[in-house]
Ligand binder design. Structure first.
Ligand SMILES: CSC[C@@H](O)[C@@H](O)C(=O)COP(=O)(O)O
Length: 368
């Protein structure tokens, strides 16, 4: 398999082409897709070809670059860019990084003359957002590492058991990941870590993507069915939980992949620390209440079908329930701040409170 460290990059030779890893096919097939138009980019976001909040933000930025490259008659007008920006923003509702990045580039467009310099400006701005997300994730790793180190010391070097949900690794971000960054940092330092990987139905981002990433990095891990975490916590088999987030209010309520809330409840009941790792681009500086976060509802077929590789090596999608049984597919849930032990950000670890967040980010916005 080709070694890749980022899930998105501009084509090294072709202007107006952005390349992405098709995450729908992992772990069994590594396929690179070329995105050449705004519609390609929007489809990639909607179909979860690219996914995970920080990556969705970077993808939105690259989509704005593609919009500039494909403007009708080469006229990169404000109207065209605004239309594209709105289309990008409506492709998925929950991850706030999407609108954050698209709006940031739209602001840039407005500050420039209406000519082809807008193409290079969009390229540079998209590259800057992508690089900044990678750096924010690296710093999350630095700030999260002492939390793991402390537990390792308390356990006299015995493996630290960390439970995670969904995929908040480099595939969902740009490099390092959010929830996985402290894990990779601990592993690099030689601390023994073991990750319980929730399979994360319905689309199995945990068993397909997180397990693949951890395996590639040589991190000890075990895939568990989504409902196993509570039992493991009762048995003392989980030292901490670290998850990512798609949108966090400025008061510390956290929207993340469906099922996260139940893990937080189980962690609270069992005295297991529950951390959320996030770059500040995932904070919604306008939203006070987690209950106001829009929760994406997706095609129920995502619940009804599962995809995997059969014994002959073919990727197949199969129907699980009775043909006519209806299903429902909520993609995210909200964990109230009171269940969160701390937020691990690029600026440090803070309590999941308005005051805690404001102390780390006094300007109340994301640094680019
Ligand atoms: C790093 S994003 C937070 C993740 O934990 C998670 O909820 C996620 O990957 C988003 O889900 P997805 O629907 O795959 O885009």
């Amino acid at each position: 398999m080709q070694t890749l460290t980022r899930p998105i990059w501009p084509h090294p030779e072709k202007t107006g082409v952005v390349q992405v890893i098709d995450q729908r096919l992992l772990p069994h097939t590594l396929k690179i897709l070329d995105l050449k138009s705004i519609d390609d980019a929007i489809e990639a976001i909607y179909t979860l070809t690219v996914r995970g909040a920080p990556l969705i933000g970077a993808s939105a930025a690259w989509a704005m670059y593609l919009a500039a490259c494909t403007a009708p008659d080469g006229r990169i007008s404000n109207e065209w860019m605004e239309e594209c920006c709105e289309k990008i923003k409506s492709s998925r509702p929950t991850a706030v990084n999407l609108a954050w990045a698209a709006d940031l580039l739209m602001e840039k467009v407005r500050s420039l003359p209406e000519d082809e310099t807008r193409i290079s400006a969009m390229y540079e701005a998209a590259a800057a957002i992508t690089n900044a997300e990678a750096e924010r994730c690296r710093l999350i790793g630095e700030h999260g590492l002492p939390l793991i180190r402390k537990i390792a010391e308390e356990k006299n070097g015995k493996s630290v058991n960390i439970l995670t949900h969904c995929n908040a690794g480099w595939l969902a971000c740009v490099e390092y990941g959010t929830a996985t960054a402290p894990v990779y940092a601990a592993h690099m330092e030689g601390i023994a870590v073991h990750v319980w990987v929730d399979e994360t139905r319905p689309l199995n981002q945990g068993s397909r993507l997180t397990a693949w990433e951890l395996g590639q990095a040589g991190v000890d891990h075990t895939i568990i069915a989504d409902n196993t975490g509570g039992h493991l916590m009762q048995q003392g088999m989980v030292d901490m939980v670290i998850v990512g987030t798609d949108r966090t209010t400025y008061t510390g309520d956290v929207a993340n992949k469906i099922g996260t809330y139940l893990k937080a409840l189980a962690a609270k009941d069992n005295g297991v620390p529950f951390y959320v790792a996030l770059p500040s681009s995932t904070i919604d500086w306008t939203l006070e209440r987690g209950g106001d976060i829009p929760i994406e509802k997706r095609n129920p077929d995502e619940v009804r079908y599962v995809q995997g590789k059969d014994d002959a090596g073919e990727t197949r999608r199969v129907l699980v329930p009775p043909e006519n049984s209806p299903a429902m597919d909520f993609a995210f849930d909200v964990t109230p701040a009171r269940l969160v032990t701390g937020l691990i950000t690029e600026k440090g670890v803070c309590p999941a409170t308005k005051e805690g967040i404001a102390k780390l980010f006094p300007l109340g916005r994301t640094g680019e």
